[in-house]
Design a protein around this ligand. Structure first.
Ligand code: AYL
Length: 529
């Protein structure tokens, strides 16, 4: 077992709302919490807190209770924070959806999560309406923040001004959010994160990540994904920093927002690091206010990171974690210059790790002459580990062992200096631009195509070293099936980031005697060709 190099921090026994907002000082209340670059509108911490209270009160008056699950399909706009924290303040839980989801994807998650209320924006209402209708959620339970005929809207709800009810939340057991993750295998499952999970992860991250109240943070990572949720909506707000919200990524908007709002701290995923390292347009903007860039959610190669860092004269650091760990378990501490940027850093306080040989199951404890361990599957124990998967005791028992260690499915090495490097993955998961693409979901979809006899989907690397989904397809009979047909079939049915981007026709899919796809064999043959 390897402990964090940091002493444990005490995790306050508070709900997320009490932790973040209960003790707001007058000085803090006057600071800017959120900036909407499309209008220039600023929301102070004091106003944000009042809006959260009002929103919670309005929902409670309409019957939303501590066991309600509220679906939230919304891009990064300041109102996201009001809704998210308003729901949590009531003791109700939020399940977040990717803004790019199709109606069918939304419907599936609403049903699985048992959401009975829904919050969205008018731009996303077509898909949301189709999904909520199919799930039997009435229109008066579908809030459209900026307004739509027949739906409650934010302005009216905030105007009602009822006092939010007193609720008792036991942070340890009370469900706060239900993001979805496929884990090591299969299709997406609801990840049950408690108030304590979220509070703990902010307290822990604060030790490694030196985000301050004076920072202006570009909130381009989506709040609906656990990375944006914890690091932006919770950590940055806890530190009383200012968030500049961007509803979608566009490189020029990204750069011009940094320039205009003098952003100092960026949280990104690796594709943005590639752009910062290579794209000519970066030179056309003054982004010299940026002092720190923090990347996570997918592997970042060291060379790209160093190029980006020296080009924009900022520190580049990596963090690592998973939806199931709220998400941060590792981060490069701002105090440790000697840690290479290809490393994901040291374990956060209160975080215990094991490295386990995936074949033998033996724990790895020794360092070689160069001061590095052999690669092993990373297991994690700490207050940020989820309660479990919703309604899936089987999957929960597979993911969290009897000693409380969560098995990540990622393979890492540890250096004597205490830092970890992610070197491989032993799970099915593909990451495209930091988003999860579960192969099982695409395989099931492709098998529903009448001319697909068998299929396997794995991640392969594109020219920039970024992972993309590739399908190996066995076509049925002698019918002509083209690569384009396969790609279009998927594209029409899933969010764009889940698209199959390469296709190869094969005679057979390699399988074990029990019928499991031998993904390793497919990967090996990719490397060989
Ligand atoms: P999920 N390097 C390599 N792989 C990574 C990294 C990284 N720095 N970060 C995440 N992953 C992969 O649930 C890894 O395979 O959560 C892991 O199992 O969408 C999977 O992504 C989890 O995907 C931060 C900043 C965590 C971001 C995150 C990302 C959470 C993504 C901590 O400080």
């Amino acid at each position: 077992m390897f402990h964090s190099p940091f002493p444990d921090v005490e995790v306050p026994d508070l709900s997320v709302y009490d932790y973040l907002f209960a003790n707001l000082t007058d000085d803090e209340a006057s600071r800017v919490a959120l900036i909407d670059p499309s209008t220039g509108a600023e929301t102070s911490y004091g106003v944000l807190k009042a809006q959260i209270d009002a929103f919670a009160g309005a929902l409670a008056a309409r019957g939303v209770a501590a066991d309600t699950v509220v679906g939230l399909l919304c891009p990064n706009v300041p109102a996201f924070a009001t809704v998210f924290h308003g729901v949590l303040r009531l003791g109700a839980a939020v399940t977040t959806f990717n803004s790019l989801y199709t109606a069918a994807e939304i419907q599936k998650q609403i049903e699985d999560a048992g959401a009975t209320w829904f919050v969205t924006v008018s731009a996303l209402l077509p898909n949301a309406a189709e999904a909520t209708r199919a799930c039997g959620i009435p229109t008066d339970h579908v809030i459209v923040l900026d307004g739509a005929e027949g739906h409650p809207n934010l302005r009216d709800l905030l105007g009602e001004q009822p006092t939010p009810p007193e609720v008792t939340i036991d942070p340890k057991t009370h469900l706060a959010v239900l993001p979805y993750s496929s884990g090591t295998t299969g299709t997406p499952k609801g990840v049950m994160l408690s108030h304590r999970n979220l509070v703990a992860n902010v307290e822990q991250s604060r030790v490694n990540i030196d985000l301050r109240g004076s920072d202006r943070v570009l909130a381009v990572l989506p709040f609906f994904h656990i990375y944006g949720m914890t690091v932006l909506l919770n950590l940055a707000l806890r530190q009383r920093a200012s968030l500049v919200t961007m509803p979608r990524f566009d490189l020029e908007d990204f750069l011009s927002n940094i320039q205009e709002h003098r952003c100092t701290y960026l949280f990104i995923a690796p594709p943005i690091a590639v752009a910062l390292a290579k794209h000519p347009v970066v030179d056309r903007y003054d982004i010299s206010t940026v002092h720190s860039v923090f990347s996570g959610a997918a592997p970042l190669d060291g060379e790209t990171a160093e190029r980006a860092a020296s080009r924009i004269h900022a520190r580049m650091m990596q963090g690592y974690g998973l939806t199931e760990t709220s998400p941060v378990t590792h981060a490069v501490p701002y105090t440790r210059d000697e840690i290479p940027v290809s490393s994901v850093g040291v374990a956060l306080p209160n975080t215990v790790c094991k490295l386990v040989d995936p074949d033998s199951g033996a724990e790895i404890t020794e360092f070689d002459d160069a001061g590095v361990t052999r690669p092993g599957e990373l297991w994690i124990k700490g207050p940020q580990v989820m309660l479990g998967y919703l309604n899936r005791p089987d999957a929960t028992a597979e993911a969290i062992d009897a000693d409380g260690f969560f098995h990540t499915g990622d393979v890492a090495t540890l250096s004597e200096g205490g830092w970890y490097t992610i070197v491989d993955r032993v799970k099915e998961l593909i990451k495209y631009h930091g988003y999860q693409v579960p192969p099982a979901e695409l395989e099931a979809l492709l098998l529903s195509h009448p001319r697909v006899a068998d299929v396997a989907v794995i991640g392969v690397l594109d020219d920039d070293g970024q992972e993309i989904p590739k399908a190996f397809v066995v076509s049925a009979g002698d019918a002509e099936l083209t690569e384009d047909e396969v790609m279009e079939f998927v594209e029409e049915r899933v969010a764009p980031y889940k698209k199959v981007r390469r296709v190869e026709f094969v005679d057979a899919i390699p399988k074990s005697s029990s019928g499991k796809i031998l993904r390793k064999d497919l990967r090996a043959r990719e490397v060989a060709t």
